[in-house]
Every structure is written in C-alpha cells, then in structure tokens.
Design a binder for this molecule. Structure first.
Ligand SMILES: [Zn+2]
Length: 86
C-alpha cells in the first residue's frame, strides 16, 4: 500500500494586475494565436439540417498578448494572464 502525503498546492490568486507599461491600461487586452486550425464536428439531423457537436482548436504558432488601447506587446504577461483566467 502506498501513501501519498503530496498535496496539491493551492495558490491564492495574487493581487497583481497587469498594467500596460506604455499607456497604463489595466482593463482591456487581447490575445492573438497564430497558425490556428479550427475543427468543428457536426451531426446531420433527420431533416437534413446540421448541429455542431464540438469545436476543436489547435494552435501551431505563437500566442501573443496585447494591450487593447495602444497595441503594446504584453506577451511577457501572457503566463500571468492564463493563471488568472477563470
Ligand atoms: Zn497600452
């Protein structure tokens, strides 16, 4: 029998907010994914219409993160953005 004392670390959200160093914007941002393939699966219904079942997206390129106010490249904050994305 194996016992594990390893507990998942619970990280409290930090209070650090991303602020654009260029214009001071701290509310509006956008993310750009390069080289994305979107696959959508459909099922055809009795009447010939289609219903989407699922969406798959695969990113092959870089994901960039920008300030929505001045378009400053904030990719250095992208990791923080992902951690704070709920
Ligand atoms: Zn900005």
């Amino acid at each position: 029998m194996r016992t594990s004392t390893k507990k998942a670390a619970i990280k409290l959200p930090t209070k650090i907010r991303i602020v654009c160093p260029t214009c001071g914007n701290d509310t509006d941002f956008y993310e750009v994914a390069e080289g994305v393939i979107l696959t959508t699966r459909y099922t055809q219904n009795e009447d010939g219409s289609f219903t989407p079942i699922s969406d798959d997206s695969q990113v092959f390129g870089e994901i960039k993160f920008y300030c929505n106010e001045c378009d400053e490249d904030l990719t250095q904050f992208h990791k923080h953005f992902l951690e704070m994305l709920f």
